[in-house]
Design a protein around this ligand. Sequence first.
Ligand SMILES: [Mn+2]
Length: 325
Amino acid sequence: MVRKVLAFVRKHDHFLVSGHVRSDGDALGSQLAFHHLLRKLGKKSHVVCDHGALPDYRFLPGSDRVGSEPGHLKKGYSAVFTFDSGSWERLERISAALPRKDLTVVNIDHHASNERFGDLNWVDPAFSACGEMVWELVKASGVKPDRAIATCVYTTIVTDTGRFSFSNTTTETHLNAAELLACGVKPGEIHEALYRQKTPGQLRFLAEVLGRIRLEKEGRLGWIAISKDLVEKTGFPPGDTQEYIDQVKSIKGVRVAVLFRETDEPGKIKVSWRTDPGIDGIAIASAWGGGGHPRASGATFRGTLADAQREVLERTGTFIDQDSR
Ligand SMILES: [Mn+2]
């Protein structure tokens, strides 16, 4: 697939690069690493994703040029590359504004539940981060990777492996990290930028969230709800919610952690799961059209927060009961 994708790149001149809504470290890092690669290959490239570069990731080289609105879509591109997005709809306002049938879409992703929506699909759940797939492209392209590319790719790995701690961390993950360090990546600086730039308000918000953790099923099911009233009370708009759900999953005995987030859109609740080995988060999320990774999945629930809590916790509970460990 690496050769096929590179052959495609060589045939075209102008690309639109995107990733899933509220691009996280992996999605944005992949987009920017690929953008830098395209530029080095003498191609035109524009990066645009719904919500743009979130504040947490504005240290990434090139993040200042990431568009956030459909209005930022530049015309003239011959293909769209999507990274870390399991479906076309996950680009949200970007895909909604694009005429899919008139476009050639290249879908590069590592989510097992990916819907293969591209004209060219490179989907491989063996990669710990989508950014590792971009790294394969960089290495095969003949371009000499610089520190900007390496910083973007390293960030995808650090964020999607939970700082080399999740079960998706492999020998390959560490070998890739070593190669990136050889390209000038400064791990301490990236760690500092990712995890040590919190505002007092963010920590207060975290304290509020932690105070709302609930445990059910003899402590095997932990969950938390980030309601609009909580956001209004603390005045802090939640960015990446990974930290909160990881805290719930860190409790001893919790087999599945669930996070509910009420969005600005009435009746739209985002739900995320983190599960123990043997409990398939994709299968749980599929009831609401969601997906992701077996142990880290998500879905969008339509209804009230109370309905979401009741229905989601009930279904999740049955998966915990079925698991015979
Ligand atoms: Mn990812």
